[in-house]
Design a binder for this molecule. Structure first.
Ligand SMILES: [Zn+2]
Length: 411
């Protein structure tokens, strides 16, 4: 069998970071009709490149299949919308953006972020490969191109005179199969003194908080700060600032410019984070190889809890239908034998079934009707928001269960 190679440096991948077995594509919720059809499962195996230390999945499914028509609409989480608004206010001020600037966002989803720039009269352009999602943005008046981003599209746009003063990519870098082509495209599309900001989950937090469920097929790469700096530098881009955010369980927001751009100075936070990662062992292969054992332990602990709850005659429902929930449920083998149903605020998910486990997705009111003893929160990064929203389960002595970093019950 031909070995996969590192998507950054081309070295054959040999060292396992974490093998989660076979799993369906996490965002492909099923209709009732599809329950009777064959379902596709793919290996979910993360490697760490021993040469450049990029943690990554092998490529096993075409991105067209994953992204052409998916169910994820950003606008349904309150905290995420707030995060987007704060970001927009901050960068408009810091980089003096105005009606003469051009903001371009890659993977602009339904326009939830760009609308904050539009509102200030700043010209925007969205790039979004999922047609159904892009149409929602267009309906809101946000110019959106339906295409995958890479060097070719960047050259096309630049050729037409469109380049970015601010080029945004939130939660897209990790989803990119052709990483080098993507970063080359960023370089092409950026004006000489423009700024790129990218947000992505931070591998340091993934490992520290045991967030193994954030590994799923749509998510090809898992970045430490040191690795991402190396990748951007290789394409002539400097990381001049970095922020650590609490979103998605702990993300980085990096600020990049052309290496020739002398108007930006490297902020002290850059060196500080580099040193912190070095100290934690992110420069050593052994550090990455230590992760698997902790994940297997967390699985056993969660199953022990669920089994004892069911043995005691308790009912369990879940909250949310995020991609990460599907990794958790499939890896742990948790189906309707444990979880009666899950609920989600997105009408696009209601009435469907989770891939692999076939757990039905209902509207949130189902919780009030069936009064489950336990509510397992799948989007654990939003646990405070969910516990507030669902506080009424305490009326019948219901308790919340959070599975990550290890199972915790909040009664
Ligand atoms: Zn590599």
């Amino acid at each position: 069998m031909k070995k996969s190679v590192c998507r950054f440096c081309g070295t054959p991948l040999e060292a396992t970071f974490l093998d989660l077995g076979m799993s369906p594509l996490a965002n492909s919720n099923l209709t009732e009709f599809q329950l009777n059809a064959v379902e596709m499962f793919f290996p979910l195996h993360a490697y760490v490149c021993h040469a450049c230390l990029l943690v990554q999945l092998e490529e096993c499914s075409s991105p067209d299949k994953i992204f052409s028509d998916y169910d994820y609409f950003s606008s349904f989480s309150d905290s995420w919308l707030q995060h987007a608004q704060q970001y927009a206010e901050q960068v408009i001020k810091r980089f003096d953006l105005n009606e003469n600037s051009q903001v371009i966002e890659i993977a602009s989803n339904d326009g939830y972020l760009l609308k904050n720039f539009c509102g200030q009269g700043i010209p925007v352009l969205g790039i979004e490969p999922a047609r159904n999602v892009a149409e929602v943005a267009r309906d809101k008046g946000i110019a959106t191109i339906v295409e995958f981003f890479g060097e070719k599209l960047a050259c096309d746009l630049t050729g037409k005179g469109t380049q970015a003063d601010l080029l945004i990519g939130n939660n897209v870098l990790a989803h990119v199969p052709a990483l080098n082509d993507f970063v080359r495209g960023l370089k092409v599309l950026l004006k000489p003194q423009g700024v790129i900001t990218m947000e992505f989950p931070h591998l340091m937090r993934l490992m520290a908080d045991n967030q193994f469920d954030t590994i799923y097929h749509e998510h090809f790469s898992y970045f430490s700060f040191c690795t991402v700096q190396k990748i951007f530098a290789n394409h002539g881009l400097n990381v001049f600032d970095v922020e650590e955010l609490s979103t998605h369980g702990g993300s980085l927001r990096i600020y990049c410019c052309h290496e020739q751009d002398s108007t930006k100075s490297i902020q002290p936070r850059v060196l500080e984070l580099q040193q912190r990662e070095e100290k934690e062992g992110f420069g050593q292969l052994e550090h990455y190889l230590s992760f698997s054992g902790r994940v297997a332990y967390a699985k056993r602990q969660l199953l022990l809890f669920l089994i004892s709850a069911k043995e005691a005659g308790k009912t369990i429902a879940a909250y949310g239908a995020p991609a990460k929930g599907n990794t958790l449920l499939n890896y742990c083998g948790i189906g309707t034998d444990f979880i009666d149903y899950t609920v989600d605020r997105s009408p696009h998910k209601q009435g469907k079934f989770l891939p692999g486990t076939h757990i039905p997705v209902h509207e949130p009111d189902a919780i009030k009707r069936t009064k489950p003893d336990y509510l397992l929160i799948l989007p654990w990064n939003l646990k405070d928001e969910v516990m507030k929203q669902m506080a009424f389960i305490r009326d019948w002595d219901g308790a919340f269960v959070v599975p990550i970093p290890e199972v915790m019950v909040y009664s």
